[in-house]
Design a protein around this ligand. Structure first.
Ligand code: SIN
Length: 523
């Protein structure tokens, strides 16, 4: 069902930022500093962002006993051969300045006994370089510092379409309580976060519905590496729990907690030299394999021997108390859950997509930093660095572009019901997948897709989830190997011939198609 849009309101800006987390607010600040009007639109309220929930910290090169080379090497090792080394080096090198800028804004990080910033370790890191705030509330401090001083933000507003003309972006179609509106602008910057709501259990907030991927695809941009969904190994397990699940930060293992099965055996011994601090894909896969072997729904995290747990991890202590658990006394039941999209909208390291005036930064973007598996705590780092660069690029590159008459397209968002998408993806596209299951999932989604529902914010989200699920399934079917976060039980080995990203866009009928050659064919 195609719906023609009646525009109830209009606004003008030099840049519209979509999303109010670390990347969006950093970008909005960077662009504002260069003059011009920047409007941020955000679906929820000021703290309804994934940033708010980030626990572990920010990975940033430590001044002593660390180096850019070491951080780059750890990122490449975690990334399963799919990182772009230049992109990694570019982002990692910019980390210390990005953190200094955040501290200038008032962000306060935890300090050690000597007064220096405290640093912890997480999976895949060869040294203690993760800085943190409030113990395990780093994201909340980042959100507070970035949001503190008045940026114009339109809360409760869902982006429906990026509008384009002959010179690229002309504005953004938005739905809020007034109805549809158009913000006329020569630049739109997507900072919408992730896609965790594709799955029944995720660490992501309810708004993580892949909106930026759908907006970029509809505008004609490319997406890549969607098959690499990172499942966090230690999400607190409660029987029947769905939706946003409580994370038990990897920093808990960084401080010495151990992963055990119900028989008291180590999960990771003999699996990887870094043991429980192996990269996240390795640990999640080891847990999934052990759960299947024992036919159990979870494993355990043993933090009982750690001293000062409540002071170091106050958020996790409170979450555990809500579930009737005391980390000093109890083994914590944990299982992997959807956490982070390593792929996304294809951009360069300044957030530029191939559509003039369309930028993306943060989790929604695929810069080549993460490859097939993101290194722990490189996400807040990326949000800070790419937010700053993309906001700057948008402000400088799109200044003075004359406004164009904006044609409002009819909307025909085909969508599945969200519960159905989550059911299909959770059954067939979890930590370990196979070709038959992925094909079944695609058919199930196609059968359940309808264009008949009235357009509201929920339907726009469901449509974003649906198109992203279809693209993800297509990418996962084509990658007939196991690499990083993508494990195929029917192709357990890594195939060196497939050490490439596959890029997708939408065809004229709105179906995802590849723009890059077969992975197994000639380069
Ligand atoms: C965690 O605290 O374990 C999550 C950090 C991250 O996702 O990088």
């Amino acid at each position: 069902m195609t719906t023609s849009v009646t525009v109830a309101w209009e606004d003008h800006a030099d840049l519209v930022v979509v999303g109010g987390g670390v990347a969006g607010l950093t970008a909005a600040r960077a662009a504002s500093r260069r003059g011009g009007r920047v409007l941020t639109v955000s679906k929820g309220g000021p703290t309804d962002t994934a940033t708010q929930y980030a626990q572990g910290g920010i990975a940033v090169v430590a001044p002593v006993g660390d180096s850019v080379d070491a951080h780059v090497a750890d990122t490449l090792a975690a990334g399963g051969g799919l990182c772009d080394e230049d992109a990694v080096r570019s982002v990692v090198s910019a980390g210390p300045d990005a953190v200094a800028a955040l501290r200038d804004l008032g962000a306060v990080f935890d300090t050690a006994g000597d007064g220096d910033i405290a640093r912890t370790r997480e999976g895949g890191h060869s040294t203690r370089r993760i800085i943190h705030a409030g113990g395990d509330a780093t994201g909340a401090e980042v959100q507070r510092a970035l949001g503190a001083a008045g940026l114009p933000v339109l809360f409760g507003a869902t982006a429906a379409r990026v509008l384009t003309g002959s010179r690229g972006v002309t504005g953004l179609l938005v739905l809020d309580s007034r109805g549809f509106g158009v913000v006329h602008a020569p630049a739109v910057l997507l900072a919408t976060g992730g896609l965790g709501q594709l799955y029944a259990c995720s660490t992501n907030p309810p708004g993580a519905t892949a909106d930026g991927i759908a907006l970029a695809l509809a505008a004609g941009a490319g997406v890549a590496d969607l098959e690499f969904v990172q499942f966090h190994p230690t999400v607190l397990f409660t029987e029947g729990g769905t939706g946003r699940r409580p994370l038990v930060s990897e920093a808990v293992r960084g401080e010495g907690a151990r992963l055990l099965d119900s028989r008291g055996r180590s999960i990771t011994e003999g699996v990887h030299p870094l043991g429980d601090l192996a990269p996240r894909d390795v640990v999640s896969r080891a847990i999934a394999d052990r759960m299947r072997e024992l036919d159990e729904s979870h494993v355990y995290l043993d933090a009982r021997h750690l001293t000062g747990f409540a002071a170091r991890f106050p958020t996790i202590t409170a979450m555990c108390a809500e579930a009737g658990l005391d980390p000093g006394r109890d083994l914590l039941p944990v299982a992997p859950a959807a956490h982070y999209s390593c792929g996304g909208v294809v951009t360069d390291v300044h957030g530029r997509t191939r559509i003039p005036g369309l930028y993306a930064a943060g989790e929604v973007a695929r810069t080549g930093l993460h490859g097939a598996n993101r290194l722990a705590s490189n996400s807040l780092l990326e949000g800070l660095v790419l937010g700053e660069r993309a906001g700057t690029a948008a402000a400088l590159e799109r200044a003075g572009i004359p406004s164009e008459a904006t044609e409002i397209p009819d909307l025909d968002p085909v969508s599945c019901d969200r519960a159905r998408v989550q059911q299909v993806m959770t059954r067939h596209a979890l930590v370990v997948r196979n070709g038959d299951g992925l094909a079944t999932a695609t058919t199930d989604l196609d059968d359940a897709t309808s264009g008949d529902r009235p357009i509201d914010a929920v339907r726009l989200e469901d449509a974003a989830l649906t198109v992203t699920a279809r693209a993800l399934l297509l990418a996962a079917q084509r990658r007939t190997e196991s690499r990083g976060c993508h494990t195929r039980s029917d192709h357990r080995d890594t195939d060196p011939a497939q050490a490439r990203s596959a890029e997708l866009r939408l065809d004229a009928a709105g179906a995802p198609i590849f723009t890059t050659p077969e992975l197994t064919g000639a380069n």
